[in-house]
Design a protein around this ligand. Structure first.
Ligand SMILES: Cc1cc2nc3c(=O)[nH]c(=O)nc-3n(C[C@H](O)[C@H](O)[C@H](O)COP(=O)(O)OP(=O)(O)OC[C@H]3O[C@@H](n4cnc5c(N)ncnc54)[C@H](O)[C@@H]3O)c2cc1C
Length: 386
């Protein structure tokens, strides 16, 4: 691969340029309407699949692009710079793709992975429940063996990418027994959309990620054939843990998009807006805000690409991913807040992208492990490791 003088891979720059063009030309014009209507972007999802963005880091054998995770981080950053909800649809789809790619049989990959990589369907992951989010090992949905089937009963909530016309596989976690240490044994199951006994509850109305479809799910005597178990029985938490650090790089990349977007829009607005007979860019109080945003954007990108490069190289990256996720999401919230401040009253009006990004930034501090959970992980690494 070729590097330019600044060490940026030319391949990565080409991808960045392509996604930026797509985001500016296809996403930006419809972003406000999707935010208002809280509608899923069907056309954009289809095109992102056709252009190879959705499946970029996955194996070509299953319809992926065979790219690396730094490149995928760039895809998500560039989309989130314009619309974080749309970037999340790719991100949540990717968590399902990782589970299927790493633990599915060839038949499961053919049937469920390929359609969610090429954009003809979208995948959803159902771990969280009304009474179990951070404490994922405490889920209550159960799966019981009955002859040659599994019977699922329970409820899930906050599930991204569920309830759309293109939702395909929903991978859910359920309790399948008790482990020798007395804790719950958890397994993952592929539930195809439309399976009898699997119903959608409320569509959740949100302050962020509004164009990302989020529903409650319920399972009542939902019968699944045996081959819908993903990987081994009891492997559910291990499988989730194996992909969650990757998910943290991806959520951090969404935060990076918000950082860059807040910075770009603030600089542009400061040059154009006048107050007291001068452009507001001449006020040092505001100059310092964009200076901080630029520093945080650069630092977040370095941290995220470092974690992604380690993943690409097959080296341990979980701690780096937690640190990058924590840093990028908290700095994105701060930048989104200051971008609204710089825009004054206009920053509150939803036709301004900085207003819409404000709610999106808050979501990022909560999903894929809250900030508190990331600090627990980082502290554990510092204090409790031999
Ligand atoms: C828009 C959106 C989309 C989502 N999409 C999905 C999805 O597709 N699939 C899915 O499975 N889930 C999804 N989630 C759920 C998300 O993963 C959870 O909201 C998240 O894990 C936090 O869980 P919780 O909401 O139950 O909060 P809780 O776990 O109840 O936490 C409440 C508060 O307590 C704190 N806390 C909890 N435990 C500790 C502790 N030990 N020490 C210190 N503080 C603690 C938390 O940090 C938080 O501040 C989504 C959520 C949202 C908002």
């Amino acid at each position: 691969m070729t590097e330019d003088v600044s060490g940026v891979l030319m391949e990565h720059q080409i991808i960045r340029d392509a996604v930026r063009r797509f985001a500016e030309q296809e996403v930006a014009p419809v972003s406000e309407r999707l935010w208002e209507e809280q509608g899923f972007p069907y056309e954009i999802w289809k095109k992102a699949g056709e252009l190879g963005f959705s499946g970029l880091p996955y194996d070509e054998q299953w319809g992926g692009g065979g790219g690396d995770w730094v490149a995928y981080s760039i895809v998500l950053e560039e989309l989130a710079r314009v619309d974080c909800a749309i970037a999340n649809s790719l991100m949540a789809n990717s968590t399902v793709a990782s589970l299927l790619a790493n633990f599915g049989t060839d038949e499961q990959k053919q049937r469920y992975l390929t359609p969610i990589l090429n954009g003809s369907q979208i995948g959803a992951i159902g771990l969280s429940e009304p009474n179990a989010g951070s404490d994922a090992a405490n889920i209550q949905t159960v799966a019981k063996r009955q002859g040659d089937s599994w019977v699922i009963n329970g409820a899930k909530t906050f599930i991204s990418n569920s309830g759309t016309d293109v939702t395909g596989p929903v991978v859910i976690a359920a309790v399948t027994g008790t482990r020798p240490d007395g804790r719950k044994q958890i397994s993952n199951f592929i539930v195809p959309n439309g399976t009898p006994g699997f119903e959608y509850g409320r569509k959740l109305r949100k302050i962020g990620w509004r164009a990302s479809s989020t529903y409650e799910l319920s399972f009542q005597d939902c019968i699944l054939p045996m081959d819908h178990l993903l990987g081994e029985q009891g492997g559910g938490l291990r499988q989730t843990l194996a992909q969650i650090s990757t998910g943290r790089i991806l959520i951090g990349s969404l935060a990076l998009g918000i950082l860059q977007g807040s910075l770009d829009r603030s600089v542009e607005y400061m040059k154009a807006r006048q107050a007291f007979g001068r452009p507001i860019s001449e006020f040092q109080a505001l100059q310092f805000k964009v200076a901080d945003m630029a520093v945080h954007t650069h630092a977040a990108r370095l941290m995220l690409h470092d974690a992604a490069q380690k993943k690409d190289a097959g080296r341990p990256f979980a701690n780096e991913a937690s640190m990058a996720k924590l840093f990028a999401t908290e700095r994105a919230m701060e930048a989104a807040h200051q971008a609204v401040q710089i825009h004054g009253g206009y920053g509150i009006i939803s036709e301004y992208p900085v207003a819409r990004a404000f709610g999106d930034a808050k979501v990022l501090e909560i999903v894929e492990g809250t900030s508190e959970i990331q600090r627990m992980i980082i502290a554990r690494e510092l204090l409790l490791k031999d």
